[in-house]
Design a protein around this ligand. Structure first.
Ligand code: NDP
Length: 303
């Protein structure tokens, strides 16, 4: 798979939007081939409550699922849904052969136990890759469902760099959904991996030694250009809404304007990692469908 890139003042701009379109086209082709065998991959998305941002995410997921030729099952439950009702829905979706992937939109309202809900999802349908079994499989090098955002990052890195053996990778952020699985995936690629977090000493010095720098902190522009090794590949996972000069805009965890003059390649925000996340959700749904049908997994769309 080739990565669509555009020249920038010094570094290469990694075009996640273009790359994700290419990935979604490949998925659609696989889905169409499955259709000829009478198989349609299905993704169920569960939304509890009416958080506006979550509603937008769920709508986009449904739209892109249908565009890829898959079946989309959207379940919207009221904000006062009980744990029991939510668990009963998960049990129904686990048992439904038309559903190959189940995603529960997080965060859930505070009266609900997210860990219990995620643990209740059939690991084979856990397209978010959050189930403890999938986390353990990833950590032990077994076939797993991998969290969508780090999966998207590793796909972009593979397309950009090819062999990553021996490269120094620094992951800034240690969350369960981004930082930790990202570090595991980089280890699988034979990188020498360091995970940094809010207690890390001399973060600037650590970042300056990274051939691959992953920023996943949720701190707007906290990594300036002079923390970046010349020629490094920078993946900015952060999505932060800020107001600047009276205008609301999205920025990453990396200060793009200074970083782009030093990095060898860098993802922009928006238009970098973000679009890859939904593409990888579709990729995981397709993979889950192929596995359940006993068919070969699509190449290049898994970890
Ligand atoms: P979390 O808040 O769960 O984790 C943030 C991590 O960053 C923590 O490990 C924290 O350390 C670390 N951190 C915070 N401040 C600093 C600092 N000053 N120096 C070093 N490390 C620091 O965030 P997520 O992992 O969920 O998300 C990270 C970012 O990625 C957010 O901007 C989020 O919006 C974005 N995101 C984007 C997605 C996409 O599709 N592109 C998907 C998911 C997230 P500690 O553990 O010590 O507190």
């Amino acid at each position: 798979m080739t990565l669509s890139t555009a020249p920038s003042p010094t570094g290469t701009l990694i075009d996640g939007k273009g790359f994700s379109a290419e990935v979604r086209a490949r998925i659609a082709a696989h889905v169409s081939a499955l259709g000829a065998r009478g198989i349609t991959p299905g993704l169920a998305v569960v939304l509890v409550g009416q958080d506006p941002a979550s509603q937008v995410y769920v709508r986009n997921k449904g739209l892109q699922t249908r565009e890829a030729g898959m079946a989309s099952f959207e379940h919207t439950l009221s904000a006062d849904t009980t744990q029991g009702a939510l668990m009963a829905l998960i049990a129904r979706l686990n048992a439904d052969p038309a559903v190959h992937g189940i995603l529960v939109q997080l965060p859930l309202p505070s009266h609900l136990d997210s860990d219990a809900v995620i643990t209740a999802i059939d690991p084979a349908k856990d397209v978010d890759g959050f189930h403890i079994l999938n986390v353990g499989r990833l950590a032990t090098g077994q076939k797993a469902m991998v969290a969508c955002t780090p999966l998207g990052c590793i796909m972009m890195l593979r397309a950009q760099l090819g062999d990553m053996s021996g490269l120094n990778a620094v992951v800034v952020g240690r969350s369960n959904i981004v930082g930790k699985p990202m570090a595991q995936l980089l280890l699988r690629e034979n990188c020498t991996v360091t995970i940094a977090h809010s207690r890390t000493r001399d973060l600037a010095d650590l970042c300056r030694r990274a051939d691959i720098l992953i920023a996943a902190t949720g701190r707007p522009r906290m990594i300036p250009g002079d923390w970046i090794k010349p020629g490094a590949t920078v993946i900015d996972v952060g999505i932060n809404r800020i107001t600047e000069n009276g205008r609301s805009r999205l920025v990453g965890d990396v200060d793009f304007d200074s970083a782009v003059t030093v990095a060898g390649a860098i993802t922009p925000v928006p238009g970098g990692v973000g679009p890859m996340t939904i593409a990888c959700l579709l990729a995981n749904t397709l993979t889950a469908c192929c596995r359940s049908a006993g068919l070969p997994e699509p190449e290049g769309l898994t970890a």
